[in-house]
Design a protein around this ligand. Structure first.
Ligand code: RAM
Length: 910
């Protein structure tokens, strides 16, 4: 029998160790019905909602009070309207287990411990330590849990077996405020008699080198580990916590650093055995470390895992002796080397995204500027090394570092590598894929694939800009990509976790830090980090990201969680606009509209426009980016007005709407000339004017023409950088220039998306000329930002988008906009109510077909759509009247138009 599926707790498919005592539960109603009329939840702890007459598919837990360690399973059944109008009960869903972690500081008897380091080695060269405890059990426990976290990265082993399959634990958060605790079921790992628990601890994000600036010790100078094992058996309860009775010993990890790489000497491996206190000189007692202010909490996002393994597509031995392994795909993670070499032989692995002239891996394009020594560059890092001991079954897998790479240069290995000896491991947050796209143009399919890969490679713990040079949670990058990501993957929990850090990192002034997690300007390279924060389009992530996640999930709780932080950000922007003037304007008496111009402070601006000068942050400090910043001031205010309305804050909504209208008028007054043209003519500024609704209706046509002229003047090439690229094609298509939108989409000379495909990209480049015509690599080859254009493929080419005013895909528009010679397209999205899908194809018009449609055009479009329960779809086909349909499978036919006879146009971003 049909039953609800996809049960989620706090939006997570796995709910182990949650630290939320009233978690939100949600489900997808059974497919094949018209909609849900009632639900009933029962739980193993006795909670039973009884039948509730309601169409909602998400409710807060409301059963017996939950506390630390509470465990229950819940399941749900629904009543649904069938095709014939009947109200029938579904079967019960599969149960979803939920277990809470330790909710209170008083639950912890364990103490923080760490290695005694009389002299801390230099950053990037610090070893891994083992923290070990042996204990004896009279009987194997019936139920056992381990709760663990670290200031550093830890791996936990019990009796030589690795606990769980999570990677890079405790994960990346803003460690000054938040540390995640992992909860593990270890029942099966313990036995009667002697047991050994062992943690391997390295620097990680806590004190390793990190980001573009390679700052170290960002959160502290000493690593620490905290764990509590709780065992229950007939004999009672036993707790084994970290304390001074644990022993510290050296490990085979000679050094491990997230940027630098990991060096392992297996000759130093202790075999995972328990060291004894008397085994000098390397074994000594752990030191107890003080706790800090960070809250210990459970997961908000799915865990990080190895989610895919890749075999090499080629292995080439160069004259130098190096063996270059090509995985055929740029990924984030590490390799697993099954044959590390002969005893005593040190094998070095250099990871990179590109090959140099000599056919070997080059990392030159990934070297950051050294802000401490202008003109100099830092090392790119990404180098592992392993020395084999000769023991059988030695496998090298550097799980305390990560790299962005397609190629690995294996150096110092005498033996010829065989394909089975080396495996590429993709390491990322284990997000569920919920969206697809395909069309008849294979080049666009390939581009869609590389965009998806860039996201997979930049979704480890937090949304990152790139997986090699920085690995940093840049706010602007996620702001502009989250609409695309949320269509293809369930990023609800992932974004919530990151937003918690963004809020924690917000400055007292309301400024949103450029990067989260980050410890703030007092710690990191003050010059660089200090003045660049507060940039338009980056800080606005605190508004734009929650809004997009709300639209995707329908969960207004995400808006409520971030509302205060949004207001503080807006407060900063508003005060900047009201009280400061750019020097170029400051001398004149201010016109009334100038109080709404945000033209001071540092701004990255459009950032990375093709053909532009090399970015110079210090010069940008004094530039006037008012045209960009005021646009974002307007957009953020406009969105916040809508958010206030969703949250039921009517007075705030009205006030924000008025402010937003004033900013809009000010933008128009300042940045449109008498002919109604944008004064700082660039594609990006014109796109923003149209996308953010900055110009009056009577000026839209002129600004559109200006944009078209700029595109044509560039030889029908795009000229946008980071911020405007996602809006370029929707704006063209929505303002009567659909043909040009497709010309740009299918343009394949530089700069263009398809130039990347033609030059062999497997991920999206940071620069339009990431690999130039001569084959030379420039900057990162794995930045998803320019890939946000694939939303156009989903929303316009295939034609599935959410209706304005809808959240959680309750109301959708099916409105394909064929073009670019594409003859078929399909897309699907698993929304909160179920699977939405659209597929269309073009065929020649047969005589008399389709009935009722003028056969005046070049063919017939046949479209099928699946609409889930409780959802309505407005179908907008060329030349046909709009139709509204409900749940079920539908087929439509329409004559295609060669013109823009589409009833609904995207005029500005909803
Ligand atoms: C680069 C990052 C990122 C961008 C910032 C402004 O260093 O890679 O993508 O947001 O600069």
């Amino acid at each position: 029998m049909n039953a609800p599926t996809r049960l989620r707790t706090e939006h997570l498919p796995e709910a182990m160790g949650l630290a939320i005592s009233e978690p939100r539960l949600s489900w997808t109603p059974p497919a094949g019905t018209l909609g849900q009329t009632a639900y009933r939840i029962t739980a193993s702890n006795g909670w039973d909602t009884g039948r509730q007459e309601s169409a909602v598919c998400a409710v807060p837990y409301d059963g017996p009070t939950l506390g630390s360690r509470s465990r229950f399973e819940w399941r749900v059944r629904t009543w649904n309207i069938g095709e014939n109008g009947s109200d029938t009960a579904s079967g019960w869903s599969e149960p979803m287990p939920v277990e809470l972690g330790l909710l209170h500081a008083t639950d912890w008897t364990a103490r923080w411990i760490g290695p005694d380091e009389p002299e801390v080695p230099a950053p990037g060269r610090r070893p891994g330590y083992a923290l070990t405890k042996t204990f004896s059990l009279h009987t194997a426990p019936e139920r056992a849990r381990a709760y663990a976290t670290a200031r550093g990265i830890y791996e936990l082993f019990i009796n030589g077996n690795r606990v769980g399959d999570q990677q890079l634990t405790p994960g990346s958060t803003s460690y000054n405020t938040t540390l995640q605790v992992q909860a593990y079921d270890i029942t099966g790992l313990l036995r009667e008699g002697s047991n050994t628990v062992r943690a391997v601890l390295t620097d990680g994000w806590y004190r390793g080198t990190f980001g573009y600036t390679r700052d170290a010790d960002m959160y502290g100078t000493h690593t620490a580990f905290l764990a509590q094992l709780e065992l229950e058996s007939g004999a009672g309860r036993q707790v084994i916590g970290t304390d001074s009775s644990w022993l510290v010993s050296a490990t085979e990890i000679v050094s491990a650093d997230l940027m630098g790489g990991q060096q392992v000497d297996f000759r130093k491996h202790d075999g995972g055995r328990a060291p004894s206190a008397g085994s000098p000189p390397t074994v000594r007692p752990a030191v107890v470390r003080p706790g800090n202010a960070a809250a210990l909490t459970g997961p908000l996002a799915p865990p990080t895992r190895v989610t895919k393994e890749l075999a090499p597509v080629s292995i080439t031995r160069l004259p130098s002796g190096h063996q270059v392994v090509d995985f055929g795909q740029n990924i984030h993670g590490w390799v697993r080397l099954a044959k590390p070499g002969l005893p005593g032989e040190t094998v070095t692995l250099e990871y990179g995204e590109a090959l140099g002239q000599d056919g070997d891996v080059t990392r030159d394009h990934l070297r950051p500027h050294d802000f401490r020594a202008p003109g100099a560059f830092l090392d790119a890092g990404q180098v592992d090394a392993v020395t084999a001991s000769g023991s059988p079954n030695e496998v090298f897998e550097p799980r305390h570092t990560t790299h962005g790479f397609q190629y690995v240069s294996v150096q110092g290995l005498a033996a010829d590598l065989q394909p089975g000896d080396i495996t590429g491991c993709l390491v990322r947050t284990d997000l569920e894929r919920i969206g697809t796209f395909r069309c008849s143009d294979e080049r666009l399919n390939k581009f869609h694939d590389i965009v998806e890969w860039s996201f997979l490679d930049n979704s480890c713990e937090v949304p990152t800009d790139c997986p090699q040079r920085e690995k940093a949670g840049w706010t602007g990058d996620w702001q502009l990509f989250v609409p695309t990501a949320a269509y293809l993957y369930d990023v609800t929990g992932f974004s919530r976790k990151w937003l918690r850090d963004v809020r924690a990192d917000q400055w007292d002034s309301g400024v949103i830090a450029n990067i989260s997690p980050s410890p703030g300007p007092a710690v990191t390279s003050a010059e660089f980090m200090g003045f660049t924060n507060g940039s338009a389009g980056w800080g606005d992530a605190i508004v734009m990201v929650p809004w997009e996640v709300y639209l995707a999930s329908g969960d207004a709780g995400i808006l409520a969680e971030n509302w205060d932080a949004m207001n503080r950000w807006l407060g900063f922007v508003r005060a900047s606009a009201q009280t400061q003037r750019h020097p170029s304007r400051a001398s004149q008496p201010p016109a009334p509209h100038e109080q709404y111009l945000w033209d001071t402070g540092f701004h990255f601006g459009e950032w990375m426009e093709p053909g532009g000068p090399e970015p110079d942050l210090f010069a940008a400090r004094s530039a006037d980016h008012g045209i960009v910043a005021t646009a974002f001031y307007r957009h953020t205010t406009h969105l916040m007005g809508r958010i206030a309305a969703v949250l039921g804050l009517a007075a705030e909504a009205a006030e924000l709407a008025e402010l937003s209208a004033n900013i809009r008028d000010a933008w128009e007054t300042e940045y449109l000339d008498d002919a109604g043209l944008v004064t700082r003519a660039s594609q990006a500024n014109c796109v923003r004017a149209l996308a953010f609704d900055l110009v009056s209706p009577e000026h839209r046509a002129a600004v559109t023409t200006q944009l078209v002229d700029l595109v044509r003047a560039a030889g029908t090439h795009l000229g946008t950088g980071f911020l405007a690229t996602p809006y370029l094609l929707p704006v063209l298509a929505g303002n009567g220039e659909q043909g040009l939108a497709y010309e740009l989409l299918t343009q394949d000379t530089e700069p263009s998306w398809l130039a990347m495909v033609n030059r062999g990209a497997t991920t999206v480049w940071e620069l339009w000329n990431g690999i130039d015509a001569a084959g030379t690599a420039h900057q990162s080859l794995n930045h998803y930002s320019k890939g946000a254009v694939v939303s156009f493929l989903h929303r316009y080419t295939a034609g599935l988008r959410q209706a304005p005013g809808s959240a959680g895909w309750e109301r959708v528009i099916i409105g394909p906009r064929p073009g670019g010679g594409i003859t078929s397209a399909s897309t699907s999205h698993q929304g909160p109510r179920g699977l939405l899908s659209v597929a269309w194809s073009l065929g020649a018009a047969a005589a008399g077909e389709p009935a009722g449609v003028e056969p005046a055009d070049d063919g017939v479009l046949t479209l099928t759509a699946d609409i889930p329960p409780g959802t309505t779809a407005e179908v907008l086909l060329p030349g046909a009247p709009a139709a509204v349909v409900g749940p079920g499978h539908h087929t439509f036919r329409a004559a295609t138009g060669t013109n823009n006879a589409y009833p609904e146009l995207m005029r500005s971003i909803p």
